[in-house]
Design a protein around this ligand. Structure first.
Ligand SMILES: *Cc1c(COP(=O)(O)O)cnc(C)c1O
Length: 426
């Protein structure tokens, strides 16, 4: 599932010992494997090849320029959700035509920036937004392409409430019942063409059925529209493919493709995919150092130098990340990454950070080999929504980011300094 493995009792990213990297960079540090990143991209591209899709990597999952450049060079387009992400995509030399722009609240400024960049599609989330796009495109004498984000009202088991978006009552998109009338009204627009349909039902979607349900509903809508002489040429099926946190819980790219391709292969539709997590998640780890251990009532706490500001997923989504020592000379290398893993002499701990919140934890009630002050721990499957969601809360400079490629590695974002914390303040 990734290129993080133990060699001679030391965790390696590809061929580089994690310990050697953090000796230079300090901790906490995010370390990404370029091979893993590109392998996951290639798997999706390969599995969906019969549909010849445009793959628009979702920048919000992990948006460092070096990551974007590597994916761009591999043939990826980009899914952006803000003017800032559009700026990142353009800095990574993305082709505007291969950019899709989603988001319920695009400002005039953001829309104008995207028009200037001649992006491929605006994912339209409301009637009002569509007419605003038509107006702004008109004032620049341009034509813009819209993809209506349709809310197919499907459910997905095991997707967290905060990241489930395919139900009727979400802020995203428009109800499928209303979509038909919307397309008909939109056909009167002069500068914005609503010729595409967008779905994004949430993340992660841990089975293939919600995609099948959503695409089936979308195709029925496309057929109803065709009968009314409205032609949809592009279907964007969004992101949300699952990644591997425990190692065995998610369908593979090939599984998703096997379920989805039969629905679409005889349709003359341009297909867009917007994977984020399924490309970046397994490509990254967060490395942190044990500061102290202590007892609190019946609990044992392992206090580390990474915190909720570095990785908020455990406390925000109750999400699971496998955590294990970087050096296993005193214990054993893990033979899997499941929450049930036990080893001789392990102990149950809460792994917590230094931030002043009781919600500041990376793991609760977790069995770990005994650790001591100074030991390094790796938090696995942290590439997606890890650094990207980090903040400076508690005036903590953000972590460094490192990219490994084979035997070589480089810092792709230096650790922030105290001066970085106050630089924009007047
Ligand atoms: C977040 C998001 C994605 C990516 O989701 P993943 O689960 O990371 O694949 C794709 N499209 C849209 C519109 C999104 O908001």
């Amino acid at each position: 599932m990734d290129n993080f493995q133990y060699i001679d009792s030391q965790l390696h990213c590809e061929l580089v010992a994690v310990r050697d990297i953090v000796e230079k960079t300090g901790t906490p540090t995010y370390i990404y494997s370029q091979t893993t990143l590109l392998t996951h991209f290639d798997r999706i591209a390969g599995a969906f090849a019969p549909l010849n899709p445009l793959i628009c990597y979702s920048i919000k999952s992990c948006g460092n320029l070096a990551i974007l450049r590597a994916l761009q060079a591999r043939g990826s387009g980009f899914d952006v959700v803000s003017g800032g992400e559009l700026f990142r995509a353009l800095k990574a030399e993305a082709d505007g035509k291969m950019i899709v722009f989603a988001g319920v609240g695009k400002t005039d400024q953001e829309i104008n920036e995207a028009l200037d960049a001649r992006i491929g599609w605006f994912n339209i989330e409301s009637e009002e937004e569509f007419w605003n796009l038509d107006r702004l495109a008109g004032s620049q004498k341009l034509t813009a392409q819209g993809a209506l984000r349709v809310n197919p009202d499907v459910s997905s088991v095991g997707t967290h409430q905060k990241t489930l978006t395919g139900k009727k009552e979400t802020k995203f998109g428009v109800d499928i019942d209303r979509a038909e009338a919307f397309y008909i009204q939109a056909s009167a627009a002069k500068h914005a063409r609503l010729s595409a349909l967008h779905l994004h039902i949430g993340s992660p979607i841990k089975s293939t059925q919600p995609y099948v349900d959503a695409i089936t509903k979308a195709l029925a809508l496309i057929d109803r529209l065709a009968a009314r002489n409205i032609h949809i040429d592009t279907l964007d099926i969004g992101g949300g493919f699952a990644a591997f946190y425990e190692g065995n819980e998610a369908p593979s790219a090939a599984d998703y493709a096997a379920a989805i391709i039969p629905l679409l292969k005889d349709r003359k539709l341009r297909i867009i995919l917007e994977p984020g997590r399924s490309i970046s998640c397994n490509a990254g780890i967060l490395v942190t150092r044990v500061q102290y251990s202590k007892q609190g009532g019946s609990k044992k706490f392992t206090i580390v130098d990474a915190a909720m500001n570095d990785l908020i997923r455990p406390t925000l989504y109750e999400s699971y990340h496998f955590i294990w020592p970087v050096d296993v000379s005193g214990c054993s290398a893990p033979d899997n990454r499941q929450s049930t893993l036990r080893t001789a002499g392990d102990e149950k701990v809460d792994i917590v950070g230094p931030v002043c919140e009781s919600g500041d934890y990376l793991a609760k009630d977790r069995y770990l080999p005994t650790t001591k002050r100074g030991d390094l721990l790796a938090v696995f499957s942290a590439g997606a929504y890890g650094f990207a969601m980090s903040s400076q809360y508690n005036a903590r400079p953000r972590a460094a980011e490192v990219l490994v490629d084979g035997k070589t590695w480089r810092i792709i974002r230096r650790r922030e300094t105290y001066d970085d914390l106050i630089a924009p303040e007047l």
